[in-house]
Design a protein around this ligand. Structure first.
Ligand SMILES: [Zn+2]
Length: 126
């Protein structure tokens, strides 16, 4: 089994509405995002997937979030833009883009780092 990982960052402000502490106040993070995909078989070039395509897709997805006040975006209208919900949003945005060869390569997880010491990983399944 091979697993690739692509990383990028974006800057954005948010507040965790109703949080019993200072995270309820407007503040910002440089969010680090890691995308993982895996598969057993390589293509004819000996690659699982071309990093360049995945990096570009991640960049496209993050451009929607970059330098935004996340609470004002449509996808966070009914849920708080926590690291958990951001990871889930990015996961399905990447998955929907079908950047991976669905038969051979599967998106496995998206991890979002809110700071250098706190991260959330989202994947499907139990
Ligand atoms: Zn925060």
């Amino acid at each position: 089994m091979f697993e690739i990982e692509v990383q990028d960052t974006f800057d954005a402000a948010h507040r965790v509405v109703s949080y019993p502490g200072k995270c309820d106040r407007l503040h910002g993070h440089t969010w680090r995002v890691e995308v993982n995909a895996s598969g057993r078989d390589l293509d004819e070039l000996g690659m699982l997937v071309d990093f360049k395509g995945v990096r570009q897709k991640l960049k496209d997805v993050l451009s929607v979030l970059d330098h935004q006040y996340l609470n004002e975006l449509p996808m966070f209208e009914t849920v708080n833009p926590t690291a958990e919900n951001i990871a889930k949003y990015i996961y399905y945005a990447i998955k929907k883009s079908m950047v991976f060869d669905g038969e051979r390569v599967a998106l496995t997880s998206v991890r979002v780092w809110e700071s250098s010491h706190s991260a959330v990983r989202y994947s499907e399944g139990a």
